[in-house]
Design a protein around this ligand. Structure first.
Ligand code: HEM
Length: 413
């Protein structure tokens, strides 16, 4: 089936995301025909699909009218029911809450706890270590002997960065990788765990509980310690919220960055003139990273719920209606970008929405940018020649995803 034949309901189908050409063909058709369609797909809550850059910006910036409660992402109703059942009929937020599900003053107070840690200045003490890790992980290609599934390197590096911030030792990382993939990309059969997403969540809860208790006994300057010892109105946060914080950083903080690394590498290989340009002018790196973020847009959607009736794009949205923000659509909106389907490392301006916008804008955006630039700098420095050695494969999932297997052949310097 060609992209233009896909029905709009295909936007909720995880398989659509394994074929970027089909996905973008469908989104372009939606943007130019009916940019805010109301979609009622079987087994999903009905929703408005926000496809235009301008509508998405306006909605995310008006956080009083468009709130994050009660749904962060659109997953099948049968899956939501299973989660509720596993939680003993309770709402899953009784078990774990995180920044993404909070609104208003509560969201501000919780975000404040780590906000300064994640600013460019707050991250400064970590930069040397991150560069050293980029060197170490690209260095692993030396030992692999010229052929590799590059996803192994691209997954391991951001995982190490974020796990070291949370106090998880290296030997526990494979387990954490399994648990975060089972919770975040759980639509992809390859990443599903035996106990399902909720089983993985419970395992993670128990694991982090130990770290939290240790950091409360022995506080240090780490991010783990900041969160474990945070107080609001003089009180330590409830366990479920401390866990929610660890969990959101563990999950949001690595797959996303990994998919920008794999997808960025693939785009460089498919556009050799752009790769040559970057090699010739490493000063291009900061804006090249923005184009890689736009091109890969690893987070495919988040949701908002309308508080009052309102008009958007000529449609009447009712209080309580669900809106699905399509970040890949906004990042390729022809009303904003000249020639959006050209991968251009010197694109400027480049106001992509890969990190969202408004009060929930990605907390880890400066960290992610720094990881990307360190990694690509190291790759270009150390690898003399690189080429595709097989078919890249994409994650089956409508929430977070990108290239999950990238077979490469290469020669190191
Ligand atoms: C939120 C994307 C890396 C932590 C978000 C949002 C997006 C996003 C789209 C929602 C924004 C909105 O609702 O407007 C990405 C991408 C990344 C990345 C594409 C990498 C390329 C990271 C990293 C961390 C992180 C490295 C932390 C270590 C968070 C957190 C939130 C968030 C905690 C919730 C913020 C809130 O609700 O206030 N991210 N992210 N992300 N991200 Fe990231």
């Amino acid at each position: 089936m060609s992209a233009t034949d896909l029905p709009i309901e295909a936007i909720v189908d995880p398989r659509t995301f394994t074929d970027p050409a089909a996905l973008h063909g469908l989104l372009a058709k939606i943007r130019t025909s009916d940019p805010l369609p109301f979609i009622a797909a079987p087994n999903y809550a009905p929703f408005w699909l926000v496809s235009r850059h301008s509508d998405l910006m306006a909605i995310e910036r008006d956080a009083k009218q468009f709130i994050n409660e009660p749904r962060q992402a659109l997953l099948p109703l049968s899956y939501e029911a299973k989660m509720r059942e596993a939680a003993g009929g309770k709402d899953t937020k009784d078990f774990m809450r995180n920044l993404i599900l909070m609104d208003g003053t509560e969201h501000r107070a919780y975000r404040e706890i780590t906000q300064s840690y994640f600013t460019p200045k707050g991250l400064e003490p970590l930069l040397k270590d991150i560069q050293a890790l980029a060197r170490e992980f690209i260095g692993r290609m030396d030992a692999a002997g010229g052929e590799i599934d590059f996803a192994d390197v691209a997954m391991a590096f951001p995982l190490r960065v974020v796990m070291s911030m949370l106090g998880v030792p290296t030997e526990d990382e494979p387990m954490m990788l399994r648990l975060t993939q089972a919770t975040l990309s759980s639509q992809d059969p390859e990443f599903q765990s035996e106990g399902g997403a909720r089983g993985a969540m419970i395992e993670m809860y128990t694991y982090f509980q130990n770290i939290i208790e240790r950091r409360r006994r022995e506080p240090d300057g780490s991010l783990a310690s900041v969160i474990a010892n945070a107080r609001i109105d003089g009180e330590l946060l409830p366990d479920r919220d401390v866990f929610g914080y660890f969990n959101i950083i563990a999950t949001a903080g690595h797959d996303t960055t990994s998919y920008a690394l794999t997808g960025g590498t693939l785009a460089l290989l498919q556009n050799p003139e752009q790769l040559a340009k970057l090699r010739a002018d490493p000063g291009l790196m900061p804006i090249a990273v923005e184009e890689i973020l736009r091109w890969t847009t690893p987070v495919k959607h988040f949701c908002r719920t309308a508080v009052e009736d309102c008009d958007i794009a000529g449609k009447q949205v009712k209080a309580g209606d669900l809106l699905l923000m399509s970040y890949p659509s906004a990042s390729f909106d022809e009303a904003i970008y000249e020639d959006p389907f050209a991968f251009r490392l010197d694109r400027r301006p480049n106001r992509h929405l890969a990190f969202g916008t408004g009060p929930h804008v990605c907390l880890g955006q400066y960290l992610a940018r720094f990881e990307l630039s360190s990694f690509f700098r190291e790759l270009l420095d150390r690898v003399e020649h690189i080429e595709l050695a097989g078919e890249p494969r994409f994650v089956e999932g409508s929430f977070v995803g990108g290239v999950k297997h990238l077979p490469l052949a290469y020669r190191m310097r």
